[in-house]
Design a protein around this ligand. Structure first.
Ligand code: 5GP
Length: 187
């Protein structure tokens, strides 16, 4: 059976990480890709587990040497997915999930049209802002940058294969499971 690549995007603070964590708990045969970033680690984040943390110079080097399947600048930091990491996972026969921004998602779709793009929407912009502030992981200027990115993200989401509104965690996880299970049948 062919293995599939799924891309999950959603505005910062929408809760996509929580939806994914629940999905992965119940579906341990799916592998979550580990991205590279130039952002500083948050408290508790571990290099090689949450991200591969890199300097801007190293990141630019990887761009110049065509190491990324996709990359993007998001809210002042660079993020990217290494080709080698994805190719290795697919060669190992794993279904893989990328949790990346919408710019990167559309780059993946261009290169791998069989990739399935899923966008997680907030119930409202107000709810999103409250969530982003409530998690206390960013300072005010970083929050403002993330809120500015929301409109662009929602516009790009029009080109995604599926959208899920995260107004209820259980329901959102259920919807994600249904979408992925239908897509797996097409493999
Ligand atoms: P955070 O800094 O909150 O961990 O992530 C910020 C944004 O970057 C999120 O929308 C996240 O999905 C996105 N992101 C994480 N890894 C990647 C990646 O490898 N490529 C791209 N394009 N975006 C990423």
């Amino acid at each position: 059976m062919n293995k599939k690549l799924y891309v999950i995007s959603g505005s910062s603070g929408v809760g996509k990480g929580t939806v994914l964590k629940e999905f992965l708990k119940q579906n341990p045969d799916f592998m979550l890709s580990i991205s590279c970033t130039t952002r500083a680690p948050r408290e508790g984040e571990i290099d090689g587990v949450n991200y591969f943390f890199m300097t801007k110079d190293d990141f630019k080097n990887c761009i110049d040497n065509d190491k990324f399947l996709e990359w993007a600048e998001f809210a002042g930091n660079f993020y990217g997915t290494k080709k080698k990491f994805i190719n290795q996972c697919l060669a190992d026969g794993k279904n893989i999930i990328l949790e990346i921004d919408t710019q990167g998602a559309l780059q993946v779709k261009k290169q791998m049209p069989e990739a399935v793009l899923i966008f997680i929407c907030p119930p409202s912009l107000e709810a999103l802002e409250n969530r982003l502030r409530g998690r206390h992981t960013e300072d005010e200027s970083a929050i403002q940058k993330r809120l500015e990115a929301v409109k662009e993200e929602l516009a790009r989401a029009e080109n995604f294969d599926y959208k899920i509104v995260n107004d209820d965690l259980k329901r959102a996880v259920c919807e994600l499971e249904m979408i992925i299970s239908e897509e797996q049948k097409k493999c």
